[in-house]
Design a protein around this ligand. Structure first.
Ligand SMILES: *Cc1c(COP(=O)(O)O)cnc(C)c1O
Length: 431
């Protein structure tokens, strides 16, 4: 039985591969025709959308994957750079490609040094460990921050660091008075932990890609300076913030001591995060990375991809922001009016929206978007699976990235309108 399932899966893969291979010339033509001017960027795109055979039919289904910008795959140019990368033992500091990447990142972020680490989660943990160097030190984080919600409490579990939270506001900031009240003044009285660190997140993930205002960062830094604390930015998507604000990342980072920037999200690298800060911080971070098992050897293979992320992929983020806004506007314009979205909150590549009908839950909506519905091919000429996730606060989240073209965005819009009108029809019938 298990063997049968397995061989069926293998067969499915082979068939699928065959379909993709025979499709190639047509898809290559399409890609070339759609975007001529940005050919170097277009090299990073996936070779078309994944396609799946329809059950019992020859037609193809388009998949528009808006679950996360982590689903991006390296395209031909990135893979070639990886294949040709010069490498060495990076634990010995001898990988030239890693060293170059670290130099590029440090310069770009206006920091003394930068360190290549496997993931954003490890990067944030290392930052916390270096800033909060004594067990029982305390950091202040937003209650909806990635560090607090999605990193398994690694700071407590592995670093012995205590957290206190401030309320994350809808724009990703927090109230500065509340922040100041959370700073402890009891040290060295043995009752109290010692406040060490304030963490901010830019763009803010749970709040839908919100860009932190520069004034907020200045005010947080002023408070930190007043009480001798450090500021770490979880800047997984800080390049999106820089593009949205039209400033170099170093301008945003003037008011933070350290930053963690993901290469593996909208910037399209297969993996990797840059942790940047002052030289003494980086020296300590190298030690922590090793202790956590993140010392990598010939890491230049992946650092080569990271170099392209920083040098070539930033400029195309604007395209994601534009597609996200187009989709958000279409949600608002949808007839029947089923969606609520705050256009002012769509600042980067993430759209968070809610459903106006209580009988259509976020998970039911996502399920309908994710499968080819009855009558869809007849109505739209093609079946499309649009993947998105139910999100925090009874909302739905959709994320744009380099695998999603303007054409894919239009397909997602068509599908959304189709799902909305089908839902309305069913509802009428039920009444
Ligand atoms: C994705 C993300 C991280 C963690 O990155 P991983 O590489 O997935 O560990 C951290 N912070 C924010 C805001 C993120 O979006």
């Amino acid at each position: 039985m298990a063997l049968k399932t397995f061989s069926r899966r293998v067969l499915f893969k082979l068939l699928n591969h065959g379909v993709a291979a025979s499709d190639k010339p047509i898809r290559a033509q399409n890609a070339a025709a759609t975007v001529v001017a940005r050919s170097s960027v277009r090299d990073y795109y996936n070779n078309g959308n994944p396609r799946f055979p329809m059950p019992g039919g020859a037609a193809h289904v388009r998949v528009v994957d808006l679950r996360s910008d982590t689903v991006t795959k390296p395209g031909p140019a990135m893979r070639q750079a990886m294949a040709e990368a010069e490498v060495g033992d990076d634990v010995m500091g001898e990988d030239p490609t890693v060293n170059e990447l670290q130099k590029i990142a440090a310069d770009m972020f206006g920091m003394e040094g930068a360190l290549f680490v496997p993931t954003g989660t490890m990067s944030n943990l290392i930052a916390v460990m270096v800033h909060c160097r004594e067990r029982g030190d305390e950091m202040i984080v937003g209650d909806l921050s990635h560090i607090h919600v999605y990193e398994q409490g690694g700071s407590a579990q592995l670093a012995g660091v205590h957290s206190t939270t401030v309320t994350t506001l809808p724009d990703g900031t927090f109230d500065l008075e509340q922040l100041e009240l959370k700073i402890r003044h009891g040290y060295p009285d043995s009752h109290y932990p010692r406040s060490r660190l304030i963490c901010v997140e830019n763009t803010h993930n749970i709040q839908g890609g919100r860009v932190l205002p520069m004034t907020f960062l200045q005010e947080v830094r002023a408070l930190a300076d007043k009480y001798g604390l450090s500021v770490h930015m979880d800047g997984a998507r800080v390049m999106n913030a820089a593009v949205a604000q039209g400033v170099p990342p170093s301008t945003i980072l003037q008011n933070t001591h350290t930053v963690s920037v993901c290469l593996s999200k909208g910037l399209g690298a297969p993996l990797g995060t840059m942790l940047a800060g002052p030289q003494d911080f980086i020296s300590q971070a190298v030690r922590c990375r090793k202790a956590l098992g993140g010392g990598m050897r010939q890491a230049g293979i992946v650092a080569a991809a990271g170099k392209l992320s920083l040098l070539d992929m930033v400029r195309r983020l604007e395209e994601d922001h534009c597609n996200a806004k187009t989709f958000a506007q279409a949600l608002l314009d949808c007839d029947p009016a089923l969606f609520a979205v705050d256009m002012a909150a769509v600042e980067t590549n993430i759209v968070r929206f809610s459903l106006q009908e209580s009988s259509l839950s976020p998970s039911e909506f996502c399920a309908r978007m994710g499968r080819v519905c009855e009558g869809e091919e007849a109505a739209l000429g093609q079946g499309t699976q649009v993947l998105m996730y139910p999100h925090f606060g009874n909302s739905v989240r959709a994320v744009w990235h380099l695998g999603i073209s303007p054409e894919d965005t239009q397909l997602a819009i068509q599908k959304m309108q189709f799902v909305a009108s089908q839902f309305l029809k069913e509802n009428h019938r039920a009444q």
